[in-house]
Ligand binder design. Structure first.
Ligand SMILES: [Zn+2]
Length: 90
């Protein structure tokens, strides 16, 4: 994963869905790379099918998620987290 490829993925996901968490729909904020605070609204990339289980780091398997939801999801799959995270569908 090169830096450019990573940047491309972030930009494409933001263009497609807006800077919004896939799970809880909150607005995401981009913090400086050297800002390592664990802020809940921090924009992260989440893998629907976890990399640890063979998921690819590419469009189609990635969504934007806040650090809060990403942390809750961990290495679980999309199916496994249903019921754990509010999807903002109410
Ligand atoms: Zn979220």
């Amino acid at each position: 994963m090169t830096h450019n490829r990573r940047k491309y993925l972030w930009k494409t996901l933001t263009d497609l869905y807006g800077p919004i968490c896939f799970y809880c729909k909150r607005d995401l904020k981009v913090y400086r790379f050297d800002d390592s605070r664990k802020l809940d609204d921090r924009m992260t990339i989440d893998h629907l099918w976890p990399v640890s289980k063979g998921g690819k780091h590419e469009l189609g398997n990635t969504v934007l998620a806040c650090l809060g939801c990403n942390g809750k999801k961990g290495s679980k799959t999309y199916d496994e987290i249903t019921g754990i995270i509010s999807f903002g569908l109410a």
